[in-house]
Design a protein around this ligand. Structure first.
Ligand code: FAD
Length: 400
């Protein structure tokens, strides 16, 4: 069976690897002429570590990632008061059979790429059209320099991110929704960062209208920071668009001195307008399906976008295992039935945090802080972190 995967991000590469493990051959078509991720960190939660382990890759995580001892350490913007903290480390391994890491996206992408035979990745292939009939799929690609190529396949998988070119072939596309927020992303070398930011902890500072997340990456040599603030006039959505450190500092005037010191240590920052989508009504049509952000673009507030993409990848391969070209459409329907409810729920939950994280000081904020102090995020999120194929809870418990 010929499988074409459009998009060589974390989701597309993982799908090719899981399909390979299932005895199926897939080719990844990526628009970029080289695979690279720009400077930004990523939480690698246990529900991503376990699939990576099944690919034989998790043992390499400690080479470059930082194992978190604590996560969701919420602090108050003015005085650094800890509102809540969730021990990870051994507790996470005990509960979910895997640790939680934070990593540089580039390292993670390189890990997946190194595991994929070169001939399964075609760079400089920008998909511009996908057509299908009962017998197969035809994909059209544009190359730099103005050449075109057509490829036929038995099934096509759109792993091409929030602005998917494959999505329209499903006739169920939903326009991305602008969240009126933007993310400043920056890296600070460890010797310039405040001591508290070097701990193996994912820290979130909550304040009126904005929040800041930071954690160490790259074996502790760098601190990754993401500041979520009102977007103002900013609409550019790109990993590479330059922002201004000065603008970033202005956003956090009056915040605790550790925050100010961390931001002031940044020498450059990228600025990215945040979009998500309403859950799609369907991911699959005939011989074409979606995966990762193309299927369920979500806000980054639950740090689950990439993890859900990797879960999709494993599930897709499990559904396709043992099928042939004739039975593939039914397998794609099974994949969607397994994945869409869960990923949609995570999408909506991530959106819910948008308001909660940014409450102005007052009664609602005090109520939130009380709930944070009483909550147990690791246990409350069991349905997310414990998910393991079909054999574990996929959805939140009723009333959660
Ligand atoms: C600020 C921020 C912080 C985040 N933090 C986390 C986190 O801590 N943990 C987590 O799990 N997730 C996090 N995420 C989400 C995560 O980054 C995404 O969910 C994840 O990268 C999605 O992977 P993907 O492979 O589906 O799509 P992408 O990473 O978007 O990859 C899509 C690929 O497709 C290619 N492509 C696009 N169009 C075409 C085309 N027409 N033809 C061919 N190729 C094409 C692109 O070049 C790209 O390589 C964060 C997101 C943001 C914005």
């Amino acid at each position: 069976m010929r499988i074409a995967i459009v998009g060589g991000g974390l989701g597309g590469l993982a799908a090719a690897l899981f399909l390979r493990q299932a005895g199926l051959h897939a080719t990844v078509y990526e628009q970029a002429s080289a695979l690279r991720e720009v400077g930004a960190g990523l939480v690698v939660p246990p529900n991503m570590v376990r699939p990576l382990a099944r690919l034989g890759l998790a043992a390499k995580l400690p080479d470059f990632a930082v194992r978190l001892e604590a996560a969701w350490e919420f602090r108050r913007w003015q005085d650094a008061h800890v509102l809540s903290v969730q021990p990870m480390g051994d507790e996470c391994e005990r509960l979910y059979g895997a640790a939680c890491y934070v990593a540089h996206r580039a390292d993670l992408l390189a890990l997946l790429q190194a595991a994929l035979p070169e001939e399964q990745l075609c760079l400089d292939h920008r998909c511009v059209e996908v057509r299908q009939d009962d017998g197969g799929v035809e994909l059209t690609f544009a190359h730099r320099g103005g050449h075109w190529a057509k490829v036929t396949a038995d099934i096509a998988v759109g792993a091409d991110g929030i602005h998917s070119a494959v999505g329209p072939a499903l006739q169920a596309n939903v326009e991305p929704r602008f969240a009126e927020l933007c993310a400043f992303r920056f890296l600070v070398s460890a010797d310039r960062a405040p001591e508290m930011a070097l701990r193996p902890v994912q820290t979130l500072w909550l304040g009126p209208g904005r929040h800041l997340v930071h954690y160490p990456i790259s074996g502790g040599r760098l601190v990754n920071g993401v500041a979520i603030v009102p977007a103002g006039e900013w609409r550019t959505e790109s990993w590479t668009a330059e922002g201004s450190v000065q603008d970033l500092l202005v956003e956090f005037e009056g915040w605790h001195e550790d925050v100010q010191r961390l931001l002031a240590a940044a020498t450059e920052t990228k600025r990215w307008a945040l979009y998500d989508r309403d859950p799609l009504e369907r991911w699959t049509h005939g011989r074409v399906t979606l995966l990762g952000d193309a299927a369920h673009a979500m806000l980054p507030f639950f740090a689950q976008g990439a993890a859900q993409a990797i879960e999709d990848a494993e599930s897709l391969a499990a559904c396709l295992r043992g099928t042939d070209a004739a039975s593939a459409p039914a397998a794609l329907q099974r994949y969607e039935a397994l994945r869409r409810p869960r990923a949609s729920e995570v999408q909506l939950m991530s959106r819910g945090r948008e308001i909660r994280n940014h409450l102005p000081d007052g009664a609602l904020q005090r109520q939130r802080d009380l709930e944070l102090a009483q909550g147990e995020p690791l246990r409350q999120s069991a349905w997310v972190y414990a998910h393991d194929g079909e054999a574990s809870p996929s959805m939140p418990p009723a009333g959660a």
